[in-house]
Write a protein that binds this ligand. Structure first.
Ligand code: ATP
Length: 231
């Protein structure tokens, strides 16, 4: 089984990375592919450009062999529709099960995605619980409620028995981290360290992303060296 974890990754953070690893281990996936979108269909344009988001994602993964970065949406350019991505993966992997991993926030909005009814024909859907987004199926849209009723399974083994079509709920380590919050912190001159890998934080600083202000860093370094001298 192959896991597919798509996102804007603007920037990638520990909420993405830890949940990807949690799911890979819990489901015993052969491979987990992190797929950054080029242009998200139903949200504002990302702040960092595609190349910068891809570079941050690669730096975040580093030499972690449990995670792979798949840049097919970047190469395709244009609006990144998940259904196209899954169709291209399906062509490559034959009948091997594909598991599309979606946080509960993304799953509850699935019926707004382009050609969304084809998605469960191409992959299983593994829903993870994202803090702050209770998975209240009874409050979901009628289409999502029906999808859940028809396809939800509680036995993990069922995912291995068909290439696509089931929905499985996978608990993960709850980490209340969002890219929006990180961007806000950087813009406000606050320190977002440990919400995201250091390699990503260094790229944000080096490239002045998200309104990062080097002057604030200078002040921070000056305070740090003053403190070190006092010690
Ligand atoms: P933004 O704040 O810019 O909307 P984001 O942090 O939500 O970004 P995305 O790249 O939009 O990140 O999310 C991609 C996928 O990662 C979605 O399926 C989303 O549910 C999941 N995800 C994001 N943050 C977390 C988290 N802290 N825990 C679990 N899943 C997460």
């Amino acid at each position: 089984m192959i896991g597919v974890f798509g996102g804007t990754f603007d920037p990638v953070h520990c909420g993405h990375l830890r949940s990807a690893l949690d799911v890979k281990q819990a489901l015993g996936l052969r491979e987990l592919r992190l797929i950054p979108c080029y242009q998200p269909p139903h949200r504002e344009a990302p702040v960092a450009n595609p190349g910068q988001r891809l570079t941050m994602l690669r730096a975040a993964v580093g030499d972690e062999s449990d995670l792979l970065v798949d840049n097919r949406e970047m190469q395709r350019e244009g609006i990144s529709y998940m259904v196209d991505t899954l169709a291209s993966l399906r062509e490559e992997v034959g009948d091997e099960p594909l598991c599309l991993i979606l946080g509960s926030d993304a799953f509850l909005q699935l019926d707004s995605w382009h050609d969304w009814r084809r998605i469960p024909e191409l992959a299983h859907i593994v829903v993870t619980h994202r803090p702050g987004w209770e998975l209240a199926i009874e409050q979901a849209s009628p289409a999502i409620q029906a999808l859940w009723r028809e396809r939800h399974v509680s036995d993990l083994a069922e995912l291995g028995q068909s290439p696509a079509g089931k929905i499985f709920l996978q608990p993960i380590t709850p980490l209340e981290i969002s890219a929006t919050r990180i961007r806000e912190m950087v813009a406000a001159g606050e320190n977002p360290r440990f919400f995201l890998p250091d390699a990503v934080w260094n790229l944000i600083r080096m490239n002045g992303l998200y309104g990062f202000n080097a002057t604030a860093l200078d002040n921070e370094s000056a305070t740090q060296s003053a403190t070190q001298q006092d010690e």
